[in-house]
Design a protein around this ligand. Structure first.
Ligand code: PMT
Length: 223
């Protein structure tokens, strides 16, 4: 029988990288392994939540007992997230979503021609910002992967995307951010720094983060 502080709460987590097709054999993606997001999903599950994981490119094994929706492109991820959002209480957006995709998706393999090939890219929809516009009761938690001006950029994303918390990782630092098993993050709310979580395993980061999120939820007068 389920028990835990998040019993009865629905948590939606995104993880991994997106894949933007150029042609049948090529795509653009990024370094996200999905480890951070999968760890968040696992922590939420352990705390008794009803968890849905929207997973992009990742070779991680999803934790048992959660609903997993696999997606490829940023547009696919947007669709899946939008479908789940109304019934969700907490959203944690750890996925690394493409900001641009090839403007043309070729049906046939692109052939080698001149010395140079210029790829035209177009903007994708910002999923987090779209959620920020639509949110009603949901607690919205974004991530910010930065290599400079971490605090300023993170606070700017928090405001612009209407998040309740933003988890900033300085991915220029050793052991932080993409791919590895560890992370170090600063968590900001509208009032500024909420907590600094030094270098630790992503599992530990995820547990601590879910505790911070739970605190926010109860201080809002949830339960
Ligand atoms: O997966 P791992 O290898 O474990 O690595 C973890 C991580 C570095 C990917 C993770 O900790 C992290 O920082 N995730 C967010 C990466 C990212 O895309 O950051 P960003 O600063 O570009 O985007 C900010 C926020 O907007 C993110 O919550 C992102 O999910 C969201 N976003 C961005 C673009 C877009 N089109 N839609 C979005 O929702």
């Amino acid at each position: 029988a389920g028990n835990g502080i998040l019993q009865g709460k629905r948590v939606l987590v995104t993880a991994g990288g997106t894949i933007e097709r150029l042609d049948p054999v090529r795509f653009l993606t990024n370094d996200s392994s999905g480890k951070m997001g999968f760890a968040v999903a696992e922590a939420a599950k352990r705390m008794g939540a009803d968890v849905t994981l929207v997973a992009g490119r990742s070779s991680e094994t999803p934790p048992a007992g959660i609903k997993v929706i696999r997606t490829a492109s940023a547009a696919d991820m947007l669709d899946a997230v939008m479908r789940e959002f109304p019934d969700t209480d907490i959203v944690v957006k750890a996925a690394a979503v493409a900001d641009y995709r090839p403007a043309t998706v070729h049906e046939q393999k692109v052939k080698k021609t001149g010395e140079k090939l210029v790829l035209e890219l177009e903007r994708t929809t910002d999923i987090l910002a779209a959620l920020g516009e639509r949110k009603t009761h949901q607690l919205l938690v974004g991530f910010a992967a930065e290599t400079e001006n971490v605090e300023r950029y993170a606070l700017d994303k928090l405001k612009r995307k209407n998040c309740d918390l933003i988890v900033a990782n300085d991915v220029s630092k050793e052991g932080v951010g993409f791919n590895g098993d560890t992370n170090a993050v600063d968590v900001y709310g509208p009032e500024g720094l909420v907590s600094s979580l030094p270098l630790m395993s992503k599992r530990e980061t995820a547990s601590r983060l879910m505790e911070l999120i739970t605190d926010r939820l109860s201080s809002r007068g949830g339960d």
